[in-house]
Write a protein that binds this ligand. Sequence first.
Ligand code: HEM
Length: 475
Amino acid sequence: NFIYKFAHKYRNLPPGPLGVPILGYLPFLDVSNLGEAFKNIAKTYGDIFSLRVGTEMAVVLNSYESIKAAFSKTELCARPNTFMFRFFSQGENGIASTSGEKWEVQRKFTHSNLKALGFGQNKMESFIKDEIHDLIELLEEKSKGGQPVEIGYDINVSIVNVIWALITGERKPHHDQKLRDFLTSVNKGIELASTSGILLFMPFLVKIFPESMFGIDKMRKWMKHSYSYLQEVIDEHKVNHTDVSSNQDFIDAFLSEMKKDGAHPSFNEFQLLVLCSELFGAGGEPTSVTLKWALRFLALNPHVQAKAQAEIQQVVGNNRMVDLEDRPNLPYVQAMIHEIIRFSDIHPIGVMHSPSEDTELEGFKLPKGTFIFPNFHAVHRDPRHWEKPEELYPEHWLDANGQFVPNHDGFIAFGAGKRKCPGQEVAQMELFSFVANLIQKFNFSLPASDCGTLETSMGCVVSPKPYDLVLEARY
Ligand code: HEM
């Protein structure tokens, strides 16, 4: 009976390699580079294949078309019900790990408010510009004397501070101890999360071994720390936010929604706490890591850097900062930012989805609960979409007249369909402002001791190994 049920459930799965009992195909996978490992398997089994990883059945989508087709279906936009997803969403809170009605309601609210706060008010741009101004001053000071400097941490503080401003309505000075403590707790949580990845594929281990073996006790501690800090800020907003018609920031907007007659029950304080914490993790880390890649790529590709600087010089000059309004007049800079996002490949296997019910995709069956991995790495390096997939080539994004073409088949960095990143506009706005203004002010290069490899550090997102930069002020 068990064999019959098993065979029925997995009948008509996409083809794929066989593994061994308990571990499935896991021992044969290069887990440090799953995007590339999956891309190679796709050469044998096709763009949609299945394999067992540990005790879990997974389906990997390796083409732009299959990912778009899959994620346009609501049934394929749920998250799997795993220990780690439940852990991070504190049950079923926030949006990044939740599914169903609550996810839809909260996601819609988050997306529209991020957009409104990001674009609807000039305040957001002025926050970003103040942040860049302070960062430039700090870097000028740090790089005096021409010594190579490590600027990863400063970038991290700046980006988190912009998200801090979006959520809380105020910007903190870089040296603010509370901001630094908060950042430490967020970063520690992210760092530990990546060490517990094995639980995804072998969830039974957590029932056999103590939690401390997977760093869960420490993660709990750091999460508690960042929650208590955020709770303080929410409490201040509760006291000060009396006018529900004027929302200055994300917390205000959420508190106003909570007070509305007939508000969805998911608008409660604990949801707000988890959601804010998620926005720091899901928003801060990928954006600051992309910025770290950006400066490394530009140092390695001085011709791209020089071309973007020349465009900025011609359109903006050096008497004022580059504004978001300059975007239409800076096609090469825009193309370069998009190309940096494609090439940095920070989420090589995307973020996992799972069918909420048995679903069909291109003639294959995807059983409820299966892990679905969208292989962004394969798509971003797919010669069917990119003329020079292995190079940083901003021309991918320019038409024959040198005009920027924002939509490019094969660009999937923010996902696709109903679960697409709700922070895409904010991220693109930040990356444009930071990169354009930094290269307006400095030339970036690598010290002679750096041999220019693209070594990565594994984490929740793939970041460059910490590196030093040589900064030369341009004026
Ligand atoms: C370069 C920067 C960024 C990249 C590459 C990126 C990429 C992604 C990707 C690939 C996903 C998963 C989509 C899916 O499940 O199919 C995602 C989800 C998400 N991102 Fe971003 N993101 C970035 C910046 C941001 C920012 C700035 C914010 C917020 C301020 C943000 C908030 C979120 C949230 C809340 C989710 C979960 C959405 C859901 O599950 O419905 N992200 N992002």
